[in-house]
Structures are given as structure tokens and as C-alpha cells.
Design a protein around this ligand. Sequence first.
Ligand code: SF4
Length: 345
Amino acid sequence: MKQALEIVQGYQGPTLRIMEVCGTHTHEIFRKGIRKVLPETIELISGPGCPVCVTPVDFIDEAILLATEHGCTICTFGDLVRVPGTRQSLASMRAQGADVRIVYSPMDALAYAKENPEKQVVFLSVGFETTIPACCLTVWQAKQEKVDNYSLLTANKTMPQAYRAMKDACELFLYPGHVHAITGTKICEQMKEEGISGVVAGFTTKELITALAVAVTRFQQGKPFFENCYPRIVKPEGNPAAVHLIHQVMEPCDALWRGIGEMKDSGMRLRSEYAAWDARLKYNLPKVEGKPNPVCRCGQVLQGQCKPTDCPVFGRGCTPEHPIGACMVSDEGACSAFYLYGGAL
Ligand code: SF4
């Protein structure tokens, strides 16, 4: 690792902007102090890879509607509960009596539905390629077992369109290792052909420093490149069984990303064969247009256009205890990483 670190610290070229797309990378880089050892010529930019952060306000409002108007039990990962909707969060609705439960996996939500057939259970299905297979598995199983009191409210997203949307914000990407463990690396090779460079990185200090050293070395060669620096987990073919399950249950759709807007084919929704488990259809939800707090700059943070510390309420009005935007709520959010591990960096 010493040699890799020397390569990174020896970089003297023009400013090299590297976008760590994945929120887990953002937090690990902060937690391990990697930003502190980088030269001024390397700038790390946090990207849109936190699933909670990119989920729009509309989705929170829809979930609240399901809980309040339709009396559904909402099952969700913990972070989402505290994300502000237009007027309320799921946490504040729960305090007012709504049935909102935190689960650790979608299978927990399905199990809860089976144990409580008198309740209508909705799982909030957010996340990228890493979590989509588990969400699909619950719906596939619910159909097999004829569980009709379970459904998904989907806001799942996929990465390729986000990479392309972010390509001008950086010189290269630190691709998320767990996403490409599912999808494989074909998309990264395609991006190289389109002139977009990047390396897949793991999550340990050694893996991150090695990936940065490879990125710096290849960048200086002056041609678009792709390297898989996480080969112990990421295989070129990915996880074919997981990909097959995804395509069996879901299909691509246009999706709204917080701050970025709608991107064609950047989301996943349930196929028509699974319409009975699609909460939007099951409860005939109206089109909801949420309004984020106007002071929040999450949209720009997620696009690498500003740092969390550029937000006027960072660390003052907005803290992890009292978040104004999603990026301060999530364990993978850039604002919470800056707040927890050093806002001045
Ligand atoms: S500090 Fe808070 S209000 Fe500002 S961009 Fe981050 S989450 Fe939004």
C-alpha cells in the first residue's frame, strides 16, 4: 500500500476530479482519513450513489399517503423514516399514529405481511442494483405463495444513466463495487468506449488507495480507461442469477432523481405480471408532486456542483439530529459524512 500511496501523493498534473459515486465509498473515505492524505491536485467529489439521497420528496409523500389515507403498514429501511417530505416525515407521521416499521431486509417486510394477514403491508423499495434483487425476490415469493396483503412502492434506480449524467462533473469515476458485483463490468467497458473513465473500487483502505493509484496512473496515460480494482468480489459477468431475477420481476422505467430530474430508463418498476403487488396501482395513487425545502442544496451536492459545506444551513439549521435534506439523513449521504468526519475537508 505504501507504493500506491506514493503514486497518489506524487500526482502533480492538472486538478484531477474523481467522483466517488457510492455513498458507502464517501463515508469510508472520510472515516479512514483518506482525504487528508491526498495532494491538493486530487479532488474527490461525492456523487449520486446514496439511494435515500436521490429518492425524491414525491416518494415520501406517496408513502405518507399510503399510511394515512389507506391505512397501510409501511415497512422501510431506517434512514428513509427521517427524510423530510413536503410537510412531514414518516417519523413524524409515526409519532401521530401511523404504522411505520423499520426492517432490515425486504424479506422481513414480507414475513411481517404473512404473520399479519389482516394488515396491508407496503415495503418502500429504494436502492440500486445491489438491493433490487432482494426486493424482487419478495414479490416473486409473494406471487408464488399468493400473499395478497403485501406490495412494493418502488423508487429503485440503476446506475448507468447516472454515470452518463455526471460525466462532465469529473475526470473519472470510482465505481461502486457492490453495484458491479451484481451487474458485472460490461457497462464500464462500454463507458470507456464512450470516453468515460473509471475504476471499480473496494471498500478497505488498501483497496481504496490502490484504486486511486491505478486511476492516477492510467489517467496520466491520456486515454479513456477502465480497471476493475475489486476483482475478489466483482466479476466481469456479475451475478447472473440476481440479474435474471431482476429482469423476471422488474423492467426499466423513467425515474425522477432528487436534484437531477427525470432520467430515461434510469429506474425499475414491477412488470405487469406483478401489478397486484405494485402499491401505486393497487391503491390507485394520484400523481404526487412533492416540494423540497427551498434552502436545501442536496440537488447540487448530488451532482458534484457544490460541497455540503457550501450549503448555508450545513451544521447550523441542518444536522444529523435535525436534517433538512436527505443527504444529511442517510448513513451514506455526503452531508452527513462531511458533518460527522470533518466539514472543513
Ligand atoms: S446541509 Fe442539509 S440542507 Fe444543506 S444540502 Fe445538505 S442536507 Fe440539504
